[in-house]
Design a protein around this ligand. Structure first.
Ligand SMILES: CC(C)(COP(=O)(O)OP(=O)(O)OC[C@H]1O[C@@H](n2cnc3c(N)ncnc32)[C@H](O)[C@@H]1OP(=O)(O)O)[C@@H](O)C(=O)NCCC(=O)NCCS
Length: 186
């Protein structure tokens, strides 16, 4: 059932800032990608739960490209806002910036979109979320872009399924020609 409640994008905008401590680093001395992903999931949860007014789960996240490394000692700022809502899903746009405390320089390190679904805390079934009030041109653009992205993801999933089902495993040697792999006996 559709919710009759509507909330603005502003209502649930969330910012998390975290200091990158040495235990978050990998062997190369940079921050683990997984640490950033975990923080992104956290901010997506906070933002979606605020909009939805209750418990949400992560249904999917779209591609995350790491554009620049994050250093130990940086402050990482994660900006999250609701870009789109469906019946029970909330799409959160996240922008991650790393700030050098020493120089004040800020770098955009990655952005992504998380789809969170409001679920009933007992039955774990998806339930309706409030609609979104689009106050600014930016809110409208993001909502429309999220609609388009959903359509494209759906098309991609269907195309990928059809393409992989149509792969002819009898011509496996031909298909793998030039690839960086070796065929075993199996
Ligand atoms: C997310 C979840 C509740 C969806 O359940 P479901 O039975 O598929 O529910 P529905 O088919 O009714 O879909 C509910 C909504 O989720 C969306 N959804 C479901 N799977 C999705 C996916 N993979 N990507 C994006 N959206 C998805 C649907 O589009 C629908 O959105 P809408 O209501 O706004 O139209 C269920 O798959 C789940 O519990 N997954 C595990 C989540 C979890 O544990 N996350 C943490 C991982 S450690």
């Amino acid at each position: 059932m559709k919710s009759t409640l509507y909330r603005t994008v502003e209502y649930s905008k969330t910012l998390i800032t975290e200091l990158m401590i040495p235990s978050y680093a990998n062997f190369g001395g940079k921050i683990h990608g997984g640490t950033i992903l975990s923080l992104m999931d956290k901010v997506a949860y906070a933002c979606s739960a605020k909009h939805a007014g209750g418990y949400c789960v992560t249904a999917s996240m779209n591609v995350v490209d790491f554009l620049a490394p994050v250093e130990v000692g940086d402050l990482v700022h994660l900006h999250a806002s609701v870009n789109h809502v469906g019946n029970s899903s909330v799409t959160i746009g996240i922008r991650v910036e790393a700030e050098s405390i020493l120089t004040g320089e800020r770098r955009h390190t990655n952005s992504s979109y998380f789809t969170m679904v409001r679920v009933d805390s007992e039955t774990k079934k998806a339930i309706a979320v409030p609609g979104l009030i689009l106050e600014t041109r930016e809110d409208m653009r993001r909502f429309l872009e999220a609609m388009k992205r959903k359509e494209l993801v759906q098309e991609y999933k269907e195309n990928f399924k059809n393409t992989t089902h149509a792969l002819d495993l009898n011509s496996i040697e031909e298909l793998l020609k030039g690839q960086n792999c070796k065929l075993g006996q199996g």
